[in-house]
Design a binder for this molecule. Structure first.
Ligand code: HEC
Ligand code: HEC
Length: 165
């Protein structure tokens, strides 16, 4: 093998996984497993939202305001709070421009990223479909969101079965 063909072989084998990892790093972290408290305390009313879709600052605000959480009390014990906080903040999005919440209290459904990937992409009537109700209802379209999958093959938008986006 010439050095060029070795280079090509290595490049072909490595470049795709490396680039994919870089592309995903800022949106969905698959690296750190969530602590038990995140599933037990933060996935009873809605799914365990992916940490990589909000910034560390926005997660900190969310956690500070848990006793007044969207009209409910979502308080956790200090020990759970510490665990959840470490997990969310260390797996958070780093781009304020893309993922910073444009609403208070913070929402991952209110960011430049969500606007571009969802609001502008999908027909407006989707958001008022009774099966969707709210943009936070990830499971309405991401059939495996509770298992952490947002991949194309697990998407089915109510009213648009089989359509690719
Ligand atoms: C008692 C029920 C309850 C619990 C427990 C709960 N939440 Fe929520 N959460 C809600 C409700 C209600 C909303 C608003 C949903 C909507 O507007 O559609 C919400 C919304 C959110 C949002 C904004 C979603 C968006 O629109 O982008 C985040 C982030 C969030 N919760 C994080 C958490 C975290 C972190 C925990 C665990 C510490 C938690 N929640 C526990 C009820 C709960
Ligand atoms: C009304 C349907 C719907 C809802 C509700 C919805 N999504 Fe999506 N989502 C989509 C569609 C359709 C795509 C594909 C868009 C694309 O490929 O550009 C998508 C794409 C994504 C992607 C992948 C983007 C990429 O770059 O490939 C992620 C991550 C995601 N959504 C997360 C969420 C989260 C988290 C929630 C809830 C807070 C949510 N979505 C709510 C329909 C929805």
């Amino acid at each position: 093998m010439t050095s060029l063909s070795i280079y090509r072989a290595v490049f072909a084998g490595l470049a795709i996984p490396v680039l994919t990892a870089i592309a995903q790093a800022d949106s969905l972290s698959k690296s750190a497993p969530a602590p038990k408290a995140y599933a037990s305390e933060c996935a009873s009313c809605h799914i365990a939202f992916p940490p990589g879709l909000m910034t560390a600052g926005d997660w900190a605000t969310t956690l500070k305001e848990l006793p007044r959480h969207f009209g409910t009390d979502a308080s956790v014990t200090p020990a759970e709070l510490a665990e959840i906080s470490t997990y969310l903040r260390s797996n958070a999005a780093t781009s304020e421009d893309r993922y910073g919440s444009t609403a208070k209290p913070p929402r991952m459904t209110k960011s430049a990223w969500f606007e571009r990937k969802h609001v502008r992409k999908l027909p407006a009537n989707v958001w008022t479909d009774p099966k969707v109700k709210t943009a936070s209802n990830c499971m309405a379209c991401h059939l495996q969101a509770d298992k952490g999958s947002y991949s194309e093959r697990d998407i089915s938008v109510p009213g648009y079965p089989g359509r690719h986006w």
